[in-house]
Design a protein around this ligand. Structure first.
Ligand code: TRP
Length: 363
């Protein structure tokens, strides 16, 4: 069986370091591993509209931001199809048919949807489109017969629900048209959830605590130098805490032993630095300066690629258009298999028409 990746992001804002360690970096590694037959990376604008339907320009403007972020981290259109969800209309059609296989109570039990409903104050009136987006996500995944869906942990309930839909479809229609996907989540727990620069659990646009992939060196410097550390570490000689200290969590996620040799040779590695911090006598500024160097080293090639792509925006749209054409072709193939399995392929089934004729001839 071919190994196929599908994944994507809602274009509600620029992508940040949390997205990077949580999934983008991995995608590029998977892309370059050569282990996959096809890779589809989707800008999920239709899904983004399920809770931004009244703000379409936000989605419209962020398509290009996300595309630039993708290209700048090293997703290569020659290896990965980058496409726009709403332009693959087959996905909407699949969603309509899969909706027959899912109950309202099952959707209500989806923990990610549950918490998002709370977050958006939708409790008293949930838009149907938003409520049913896990079904649409199943269409995204199955249309490409994806075997592998690299995502953050919060997406596990969506993959589980997709697997249920696949099983239900294949048993109901006694076929093997759809493929059960596996989620691929980050191995490392810090990468599952990078905290915000304010120390809050998650980087999030609405909290204003993100370091964006497209931030300039100056912006990153301001953010890192004012980062949340350990509020009990007041004097340099006070013993410090590394748990819950965002600077150390970031260093855990990014700093390598080579980084210490290059930027902070007083310590061999992060363990030595942590040890000194905990003992007392190591100031926050030194740790922040190291972190700033480490982040800038990671972001420098990303910034350089972004600057190149920004020079020719029409070419970026052209990449998306081409990727979308390829995606449509694959989704159309799956849709036609789905319709055949569901017995609604009336016009491409000669036997059907002849058979009906025979029935009437017997009258
Ligand atoms: N729900 C995902 C997010 O919020 C985006 C998404 C839409 C997605 N369809 C998908 C991810 C299919 C993986 C597979 O980031």
């Amino acid at each position: 069986m071919s190994k196929i990746i599908l994944t994507g992001d809602r274009p509600t804002g620029r992508l940040h370091m949390g997205h990077y360690v949580g999934s983008l970096k991995r995608r590029v590694e998977l892309q370059n591993s050569g282990a996959f037959d096809k890779i589809f990376i989707m800008i999920a604008d239709a899904q983004a509209l399920t809770d931004n339907f009244d703000n379409p320009d936000k989605i419209r403007d962020n398509i290009i931001e996300v595309a630039l972020d993708y290209l700048s981290v090293g997703l290569d259109p020659a290896k990965s199809n980058l496409f726009i969800q709403s332009a693959v209309t087959e996905l909407t059609e699949l969603t309509f048919y899969y909706a027959n296989l899912v109950t309202v109570s099952r959707l209500e039990r989806n923990p990610t949807v549950k918490s998002e409903i709370k977050l958006r104050n939708f409790e008293t009136s949930i838009p149907v489109g938003f409520f049913t987006y896990p079904i649409s996500q199943a269409s995204d995944i199955t249309a490409f017969k994806a075997t592998t869906v690299p995502v953050g942990e919060d997406q596990l309930p969506m993959i589980e629900q997709t697997r249920e839909i696949v099983r239900k479809f294949n048993t109901t229609y006694n076929c093997e048209v759809l493929v059960e996907p596996d989620a691929l989540i980050p191995e490392n727990s810090i990468c599952c959830r990078l905290p915000g620069t304010d120390g809050k659990a998650k980087m999030s646009k609405s909290l204003g605590n993100c370091i964006y992939l497209s931030d300039t060196e100056k912006e990153v410097k301001e953010k890192v130098m004012s980062m949340f550390t350990d509020p009990t570490h007041i004097q340099i000689n006070d013993p410090g805490h590394v748990e819950g200290n965002a600077v150390f969590t970031y260093l855990d996620a990014f700093a390598t032993d080579e980084d210490f040799a290059e930027f902070c040779p007083d310590y061999k590695n992060l363990d030595e630095m942590k040890e000194h911090y905990q003992r007392g006598g190591l100031g926050d500024v030194k740790c922040k300066k190291l972190l700033l160097n480490v982040i800038n080293k990671e972001l420098a090639p990303i910034r350089a690629r972004r600057a190149e792509f920004e020079k020719d925006i029409p070419a970026v749209y052209e990449i998306l258009r081409k990727g979308t054409d390829v995606a449509r072709e694959m989704a159309a193939q799956t849709l036609s298999e789905v319709k055949a399995a569901m017995r609604i392929n009336y016009f491409d089934d000669d036997a059907l028409i002849q058979g009906q004729q025979a029935r009437y001839n017997q009258k």
